[in-house]
Write a protein that binds this ligand. Structure first.
Ligand code: BES
Ligand code: ZN
Ligand code: ZN
Length: 485
């Protein structure tokens, strides 16, 4: 999808459809009122007949019979005007694109209701255009061109294109099945990105990981025949600038291991590498936009399978940090591989660590798909990540870690166990575990993306399936850091 712009009156824009946002209960005014007159009141008629009320993400298409240059006007419901936000702007663009594609539109013009949301509109449109049906022989045709009606800043166009393309790359990795998106394939992608942008990439295989004492990672890796890798990528812009480490859970398939999962929805567990995929997407943005902050990405990449050498409940692992882990449930493997991922990230002396992981089913019980759980320390840092998420249109909701929560992971024979004795506080217990592998002096945020990395049913603005969550929050966080320094 090509993005262009045109600075013309709405009625003079030539397109298959011209999308305009209308809010609930608002009178037509300004440019839209004039447009309505040009089409003999067809827009106001749709409102009067209550076929279209401006409800959030509702759409109606009106033929213009060539009274204006566009063939159709696509009315997009903006909801209550007072609730308008950058998140909604992004979603409205996605809604327009998805509706346009359904009715065979090739060129979609989009009226820029608020010029300060250009970035969101371009991102939303590109995200809405993504089709997860990558293995269908007959491809549904995408939109050819999005024409922004208004002034388009070149910098903004580049920025939003880079970010949206990165997210769509992440989403493609997420939909790829586990027989394609293997640990090796993800490591290859890290190397490709590294070569393109001149990052230092280290691909540690199982033998080397063993040598380096990554016993937690190896413990999980042993259950699978696919070669596993601990990968790091580093972008150094300036030795004096601060260092952000991102750590992504990269389980390319989570069967649960010996504590095997029920078969009903097991296929969904090909997306258990979403955290690592978002790290790769973020590094692609870093390579393109070259922020003035140093960035390291660490990704433990492996499957979690019940092979002959697989972990057994009760096994003890010695992690790279030296701490011993009693694996009471092999399905809580994410935290186990992240134990070494976080310790390894610590070796790069980061000022901040953000980990992204599809870690618990419990986060879905708590928040559903509407927010990612965030936990960590210091509070000042967590607040910064939350506000970056807000700007990025990715909701983050904080859970506490109280000192008493440490009791959840007491083990009789090792330093800690990988699951609590009951199902209570599942999201927190996972974070308590991870916390043990992050130095206290480092600001750390854990993002549990298990319920936000994948949408169970399609949205007006987004296809069902992968979301690439996390990339935008990281980008905004880095940009805010740049502004601070
Ligand atoms: N990968 C899963 C978590 C998950 C669930 C991700 C649903 C995406 C959607 C994780 O490895 C897991 O199995 N967690 C267990 C932990 C439990 C054994 C303490 C869970 O949440 O059931
Ligand atoms: Zn699991
Ligand atoms: Zn998992």
């Amino acid at each position: 999808m090509k993005v262009t712009s045109i600075d013309k009156k709405l009625e003079d824009v030539k397109a298959d459809a011209l999308a305009v946002i209308l809010f609930e209960g608002e009178k037509l005014e300004g440019e839209i009122a004039r447009l309505d007159k040009k089409v003999d009141g067809a827009v106001s008629e749709a409102l009067r007949l209550k076929e279209f009320k401006g409800k959030l993400y509702d759409t109606t298409s009106i033929f213009t019979h060539r009274k204006i240059s566009s063939i159709r006007i696509l009315l997009i419901g903006g909801g209550k005007k007072k609730d308008f936000s950058s998140r909604i702007a992004r979603n409205l663009a996605g809604t327009a694109v998805r509706r346009a594609k359904k009715i065979g539109v090739k060129t979609l013009a989009f009226h820029l209701y608020r010029p300060d949301t250009t970035e969101e509109i371009i991102e939303g449109a590109k995200l809405g255009d993504f089709d997860p049906g990558i293995y269908k022989s007959k491809k549904t045709e995408g939109l050819k061109e999005l024409v922004i009606v208004g002034l388009l800043d070149k910098e903004i166009l580049k920025h939003s294109t880079v970010v949206a393309d990165a997210i769509n790359k992440v989403r493609k990795m997420q939909v790829e099945p586990a027989n394609i998106m293997t640990p090796r394939e993800m490591a290859n992608e890290a190397e490709r990105i590294g070569r393109k942008y001149g990052f230092k990439v280290e691909v540690i295989d199982e033998k080397e990981a063993e040598k380096r004492g990554m016993g937690a990672f190896i413990g999980v890796a042993k259950g699978s025949e696919e070669p596993s890798f601990m990968v790091s990528m580093s972008y150094t812009v300036n030795k004096k600038a601060s260092i952000l480490a991102v750590v992504g859970k990269g389980i390319t398939f989570d069967s649960g291991g010996i504590s095997i999962k029920p078969s009903a929805k097991m296929h969904d567990m090909k997306m258990d590498m979403s955290g690592a995929a978002s790290c790769l997407g973020f590094m692609y943005v870093v390579g393109e936009l070259k922020p003035k902050v140093n960035v390291v990405a660490v990704m433990p990449l492996t499957e979690n399978l019940p092979g002959g050498k697989a972990l057994k409940p009760g096994d003890i692992l010695k992690s790279m940090s030296g701490k011993t882990i009693e694996v009471l449930n092999t399905d809580a493997e994410g935290r186990v591989v992240l134990a070494d991922g976080l310790a390894y990230a610590g070796k790069f002396n980061p000022d901040f660590i953000v980990d992204l992981a599809t870690l618990t089913g419990a986060v879905d019980v708590a928040l559903g798909g509407e927010a990612t759980a965030i936990l960590g320390r210091s509070q000042k840092f967590i607040d910064k990540v939350i506000s970056a998420g807000e700007k990025a249109g990715e909701r983050l909701w904080q859970f506490p870690i109280y000192t008493e929560h440490k009791d959840l992971l007491r083990s009789d024979i090792a330093d800690l166990s990988n699951i609590p004795p009951s199902r209570s506080a599942g999201v927190i217990a996972a974070a308590v575990f991870l916390q043990e592998f992050v130095k206290e002096s480092v600001d750390w945020a854990h993002l549990d993306i298990a319920s936000t990395a994948w949408v169970e049913s399609e949205k007006p603005y987004l296809a069902k399936g992968p979301t690439g969550v996390g990339v935008r929050t990281l980008v905004k966080f880095v940009e805010n850091l740049e502004k601070e320094s």
